[in-house]
Each structure stands twice: as C-alpha cells, then as structure tokens.
Design a binder for this molecule. Sequence first.
Ligand code: F6P
Length: 320
Amino acid sequence: MKTIGVLTSGGDAPGMNAAVRAVVRTARYYGMKVKGIRRGYKGLIYGDIFEMETGDVSNTLQRGGTFLLTARSAEFKEKDVVEQAVKTAKYFGIEGIVVIGGDGSFRGAKDLAEQGMPVIGIPGTIDNDIPYTEYTIGFDTAVNTAMEAIDKIRDTTSSHERCNIIQVMGRNSGAIALSAGIATGAEAILVPEIPYDFEEDILRSINLGKVRNKTHFIIVVAEGVGGCEELATKIQEVAGIETKLNTLGYLQRGGSPTAQDRVTASKMGSRAVELLREGKTNRIIGIKNNDMYDIDITEGLEIKNNEPSDLARLAKIISI
Ligand code: F6P
C-alpha cells in the first residue's frame, strides 16, 4: 500500500491529534503517502482531502480537539453515498483509510470496507463505551477534567452544607460518571446501565452522611440517566437539604490530552499504519488485558457488554 487516508469522525476526543500525528509520521517513515480527510466522512463524500507531510502534524500532539475537524454524518448511512465516497477516495489515490472515532464511526468504516475500501479503526471517544476495547482515546483526559471540576464544586458545596448533582457526559455509558465519581468520593453515582432506587441509592446515603455530620453530598449522574432537575427538587423536598445542579457538558471534550491519551494514541496510530502496510485490513485496534490488540471490524462490533464494570460495585461499597 503506497497511499493511505486518515480521518476523525463523531464526537471529538483529546488525543485524536496525537493519533493523526502518529499515523502521518509512521506512514512517512515507511515512505507511504498520507492524505488528510477533513470533517470525517463528509470530507470523503465531498473530496475535502489534502496531502499531509511530516511538518503538518508539528505542534499538534498536545492540542485537544481534532485539527482535521470532525462531523456526525447522517447521510453516510446510505449505500450510494458510501459508494460515492469510495470512488472519491480512489480518485485521490487512497488505498486504505484509518478511521479515528467511536462505534458510530466504526459502523461507517465497516460500510466502507464492504464497498471495497480497506480500513483500520482507532477507538477515539471520551465515553469509553465500545465493548471490544477496554480503553478509548480521550477517556482519561475527560475523567481528569471532570474530577478537577467536581473537586472545585465540592469546596463550595461543603462551605454551604449543600447537595450538588453533577451531570457528566455519557449518553449511553456510565464510564465517565463511575471513574470521576470514584475519584472524587461522590456519595452516589447514577449510570444508565443500572436503574437506581431513590430511597436505597440516594436517600440512605444522605441520611447516613447526616448522622456523621457530613457537610456535602455529591451525586454524579451520567447524562443518559436524565431527570436531574426533578432529582434535585426531590432531594431538596424529601431529604431537606438545599440541592444545586451542575452540568459539566462540553468542557469534558476539550483540553490538552493527558500523557495516557497521548501515548495510547501514538501507539495505536502507528500500529494502524503497520497493519495496512502488512496487508491486514478491516481491523479495529483496541486494548485487551492492558495490551494493544486488533480484531476484525465485524467481529469486534458484534461484541456486546452492557455491564458497566466492577467500578459500579466498588462505588456502592466505598461511596458512603
Ligand atoms: O462523544 C461522546 C459524547 O460527548 C457523549 O458523551 C455525548 O452524549 C455526545 O457525545 C454529545 O454529542 P454532540 O457533540 O453531538 O452534542
């Protein structure tokens, strides 16, 4: 393979730039050409494609976001659009594409593969919600951002002897909520994967804390759980404690990537190029038992795991 393309797709994640940089630098190391594709699959459809050189990725490693830009492309679900994208890629001489994104982006990559365009996927999403891999690029940065914000909120919550509900990102996944909640000693963590019981999971914890003269109650809620405003009103009424609501929102998607995200992204980016070079195509790279591995894209996307990990159990035991 002499020319490859690289794109970032779906929600951006800190570390995407580091992955693109590793793709470009590794490809150039092996004498391959690299084409950057802007705005994810949109760039592939409309031919927003440019040649990248080693210098084009200088000074990008430490930057959040994605300098290739990203988009969620609904039209890419249409078969004729995918066929057109493959034609465009071939017109630009692209023989294989590295897709950096979440599971929605991987479904697009699978469609490309089925239309004859070799692909390699690199998992990049702050949600860490793709079951075939233990880790997705951006998660560590997002958890650290949420942790720092919650620590600050806890200071003022304590001073005013209040309860604070903090909504973190994760439409279908409680991964950020669990890690950030455990890291900040939240009294309760609510995730979409596990239904919660108001009396048992919230009221009990608040009442136990009151007995111990606790001055704050932090409840971390994943976005997918919903109903935070109603929950705040209910806690105020039933537990008799003033309750505020904070939504951390897009703050969690930005910022300079942590060392873990930079290193993981660099390793995965480089491996993606090596796989294409070795002719091992239509694979997605992931982490299993703390080691990097790769798996066939169709097989990998079929892996299901709705359990939000042992962290949920740990949180129940120590978040009192
Ligand atoms: O990228 C993942 C994520 O941040 C989710 O946690 C969140 O639900 C969603 O993206 C928000 O998407 P959008 O950028 O389209 O608002």
